[in-house]
Design a protein around this ligand. Structure first.
Ligand code: ADP
Length: 450
């Protein structure tokens, strides 16, 4: 097992990793920018190192500084969390060149899944169902029109290096296609420095359902059920739940087994998430995230398994604590991402938290690095904390969530708490009847007004 882990992240996920390390008896090193000197992850770690000024590219993304921090502290492994360098294959390789373990998958798997065209080809080869579309990249408009005619409109132009929903354009008809291609290419070039795009059938009312996997890198892999992340705004997840209200037990087992078998064949190492769109009873692969995800706690709540503990164990070459038959899904869990943003306009609202009170009681978990008096800096994402609620049934979970949201106090900054208080009392949510566009429509109609 590792002796000392450097956590190359900040905020709630740095704290989450720190907690797993403490339970495993592993010493921890926090790194921080000058803006985060009084952050909670710095206070709770055994050691801390300042790695640069506020801008992420000069601190949390600064590989030479992180290497120096490993060297100074003698850390033998780095946990990247999510975001920042978590899916940077080069970072994993550089660490390994310096005899430091990267807590994540093999660099080759990060690289394959980071290129959406390669990822889709790999998924297809491994027997995972994919969205009908172009075989690979689309280099000229003529090919695009041919493929679009084959799969039928509407079609979606997507960036090969895409992320965060950028570089994606819908073409409703053949007349829109050339424009969609050129806009997507321009956007992709600006955002990712790569203008390769591909074409996919546009699904009009899908749900977003993703499968959590864990592999030991030696050909053993299991799945831990799915999460439904259909409630999104601008392709960003807002509310996640497990299990999905749309699936029955046999659909769950079927897709889980397909994904686990693919991961066994890949000899996948660590935690990962295979994301699908789900429409009319069918699954369509969209991408794989080769890291721990923001919404991992809902899976932890229904399985009782500490995913980060498992992730660290397998990275150290230890066997997984579980086999597939040990995985029992118990009850229902929902996560709300509480952001420091205006609940209607979603304008970021950094600043000082003057009052802070988190809900408690049976089945309530709050993953947050905030505290009373903490100043949310303007430089990073606006996540204040995640409220995760567990119940024996979905109804019990919603009832408890209503109560917990009412108890949650974050004063001094605007937060998205009022939006969740509305959502949890909305019929479509109670019915579990929503697709990936539902929230945008709801907000546009002004029903999210608080
Ligand atoms: P990114 O990496 O930019 O987040 P994804 O491929 O994961 O891109 O897609 C993000 C979101 O875009 C999905 O959750 C879904 O809302 C939408 N989307 C992606 N592909 C399709 C598709 N073929 N049809 C309809 N919506 C899609």
């Amino acid at each position: 097992m590792f002796e000392k882990i450097l956590i190359a992240n900040r905020g709630e996920i740095a704290l989450r990793i720190l907690r797993a390390c403490k339970e495993l008896g592993i010493a921890t090193v926090a790194v921080h920018s000058t803006a985060d000197a009084d952050a909670m992850h710095v206070r709770l770690a055994d050691e801390s190192v300042c790695i640069g000024p506020p801008a992420a590219r000069d601190s949390y993304l600064n590989i030479p500084s992180l290497l120096a921090a490993c060297e100074i502290t003698g850390a033998d492994a780095v946990h990247p969390g999510y975001g920042f360098l978590a899916e940077n294959a080069r970072f994993a390789e550089i660490l390994s060149d310096h005899n430091v373990h990267f807590i994540g998958p093999k660099a080759e798997h990060i690289r394959i899944m980071g290129d959406k065209i390669e990822a889709k080809k790999t998924a297809q080869r491994l027997g995972i169902p994919v969205v009908p579309g172009s075989e690979g990249g689309i280099t000229n408009d003529e090919d695009a029109h041919r493929v679009a005619a084959e799969i039928g409109f509407p079609v979606l132009v997507k960036a090969a290096s895409g992320g965060g929903g950028r570089g994606m354009k819908v073409a409703m008809t053949a007349d829109d296609l050339s424009q969609a291609l050129s806009t997507a290419r321009t956007e992709a070039k600006a955002a990712f420095g790569d203008d390769s795009v591909y074409l996919e059938k546009y699904l009009s009312t899908p749900r977003h359902i993703e499968v959590q996997v864990l592999g030991d890198g030696k050909g053993n892999a299991i799945h831990l059920g799915e999460r439904d992340c259909s409630l999104q705004r601008r392709h960003q997840k807002v509310w996640e739940e497990a299990p999905s209200p749309a699936l029955n037990a046999s659909q769950r087992t079927e897709i889980g087994e397909i994904v686990a078998a693919a991961m066994r064949e890949l000899k996948y190492l660590g935690v990962g998430t295979v994301e699908f769109l789900y429409e009319d009873g069918r699954f369509y692969f969209i991408e794989m995230n080769t890291r721990i995800q923001v919404e991992h706690p809902v899976t932890e709540m229904i399985t009782g398994i500490d995913l980060i503990n498992e992730q660290i164990r397998v990275a150290a070459g230890l066997p997984m604590n579980f086999t597939q038959k040990d995985i029992v899904l118990d009850g229902h869990a929902i996560e709300c991402r509480i952001n420091a943003e205006h609940p209607r306009t979603f304008r970021p609202s950094p600043g000082k938290i003057t009052h802070y009170h988190v809900p408690g009681g049976l089945g309530i978990r709050v993953d947050s690095a905030a505290y009373q008096g903490y100043t949310i800096p303007p430089y990073y994402d606006s996540l204040v904390g995640k409220l995760i609620v567990h119940g024996r049934t979905r109804e019990e979970c919603l009832m408890r969530l209503r109560r917990a949201l009412d108890e949650f106090v974050v004063d001094g900054v605007e937060t998205t708490l009022p939006l969740f208080r509305t959502l949890v009392r909305t019929q479509a949510i109670a019915d579990g009847a929503y697709d990936i566009h539902w929230l945008e429509h709801f907000l546009a109609e002004g029903e999210g007004k608080s």
